[in-house]
Design a protein around this ligand. Structure first.
Ligand SMILES: NC(=O)c1ccc[n+]([C@@H]2O[C@H](COP(=O)([O-])OP(=O)(O)OC[C@H]3O[C@@H](n4cnc5c(N)ncnc54)[C@H](OP(=O)(O)O)[C@@H]3O)[C@@H](O)[C@H]2O)c1
Length: 375
């Protein structure tokens, strides 16, 4: 096992390189749920047989608490983190990009006070933060004074992790995801393959070295599209993917039919991000960051919501449990802005959903016939 000191000595210098829809307002008006600590789902072991997987199947994602789409006061963010912890959440995911440093700083404020062995932490690499004018971004309305420089080189990865450790105030990171190396990244578009080629020679072998050195337990991609993950399975040796927006009640066929079988074949597992399609399945008028809510999506959400209500559950609960059902899924990350939201989301994972509900979704062709559903 490489020590932190050795890690620092091997660190190469950084080279160049909404409104709520009426159908859902009942959730906001109801009393905050009682949360039973210690009853969140866990994996039986920390390995798929071939690769590391986190023990904790439910985690808190660091996007909303960094002020995505609208400012989140730090008191709310700290409240969300404390409520997550009190409710038994022990997996936390963040990124230098979330709030352009703010998510890592806020998570670190809370997590650096906890015993490091008691929780799992993932962050991302691929963007280095530099002092200067922040990018003009619809996702981060009040950014701190940093801009980002894409860097998927080996040096860039070491530098990025070192920066993250400092912002987080912790000694190690368990899982590292190469962030947004994907055609849906608007900074890249079709040019994502050029960045991919840099990562293939730089970031990926470096992360494999860091795994061998014991500095990290696992690495993979953190992306919102299927193609980059399929490609890296053929060309490198990842352990786990953070696949966001791709496995939800309203979008799952591609993941189910292409990504999950390819992962299963290699013993690679998936952390599902954005199980609510970034709020859409919790009733928010937003989908997948800057996506468009089509009539078809709105219609399917309304039908899903009506069936859920008839079975006495709410749609957010169904969405969170649905995302967690496949065997290839190691964990589900939900984003929460407040203590109240994460308490409700924890409670959602503790509800028993009647089998008839899932059967009706299949009969109505709202979910794929072969989609795994919670037992
Ligand atoms: N490329 C990547 O690596 C990648 C991409 C996406 C996500 N992720 C990870 O996955 C995590 C989860 O995804 P996400 O944050 O994008 O989206 P999400 O979990 O699908 O949705 C989060 C949003 O849903 C709403 N929400 C959550 N709980 C609620 C509740 N109980 N009641 C009402 N509304 C509720 C909130 O909307 P409001 O904000 O409007 O209150 C919240 O911001 C991220 O935070 C991140 O850690 C990674």
């Amino acid at each position: 096992m490489t020590t932190r000191r050795q890690f620092l000595s091997t660190l190469a210098s950084s080279a160049g390189v909404l409104a709520t829809s009426p159908a859902f307002t009942h959730a906001a008006q109801a009393a905050a749920p009682a949360v039973r600590a210690g009853t969140l789902p866990r994996n039986a072991s920390e390995t798929t047989g071939r690769h590391y997987r986190p023990r904790h199947r439910f985690g808190l994602g660091g996007v909303p608490l960094a002020g995505a789409f609208k400012p989140t006061p730090n008191a709310d963010a700290q409240g969300a983190l404390a409520a997550a912890w009190a409710g038994g959440v022990r997996y936390f995911d963040t990124s230098p990009w979330y709030g352009i440093g703010r998510s890592e700083r806020r998570m670190g404020q809370f997590l650096s006070e906890q015993k490091r062995d008691e929780y799992i932490l993932s962050t991302k690499v691929g963007r280095l933060l530099k002092a200067g004018n922040p990018p003009d971004s619809k996702v981060w309305p009040e950014p701190p004074p940093f801009h980002r420089v894409y860097d998927y080189t080996a040096d860039g990865v070491r530098r990025s992790i070192e920066d993250s450790l400092q912002r987080l105030g912790v000694e190690r990171i368990d899982m590292v995801f190469i962030h947004d190396l994907s055609p849906d990244n608007r900074d890249m578009g079709e040019r994502w393959t050029e960045y991919f080629d840099i990562a293939l020679k730089g970031a990926m072998p470096e992360l494999i070295r860091m795994r061998e050195e014991g500095l990290i337990k696992a690495w993979g991609l953190g992306v919102n599209a299927i193609e980059p993950a399929l490609r890296i399975l053929k060309e490198s040796d990842p352990d786990i993917f953070l696949s966001a927006t791709q496995y939800t009640l309203v979008r799952h066929e591609d993941s189910l039919n292409r990504l999950q079988p390819a992962c299963a074949e290699r013993g690679v597992s998936i952390v599902v991000g954005s199980p609510l399609n970034v709020g859409f399945l919790a009733g928010v008028e937003r989908i997948d960051y800057l996506g468009t809510i089509t009539d078809d999506l709105r219609n399917r959400r309304a039908r899903l919501d009506a069936i859920a209500r008839r079975h006495g559950i709410d749609l957010r609960t169904a969405a969170l449990q649905f995302a967690s059902a496949p065997q290839t899924v190691s964990a589900v990350l939900v984003g929460a802005r407040t203590a109240r939201q994460i308490q409700e989301d924890i409670a959602s994972m503790q509800v028993k959903i009647p089998a008839d509900f899932w059967a009706e979704l299949k009969k109505e062709k709202l979910i794929a016939e072969h989609a795994p559903v919670p037992a």
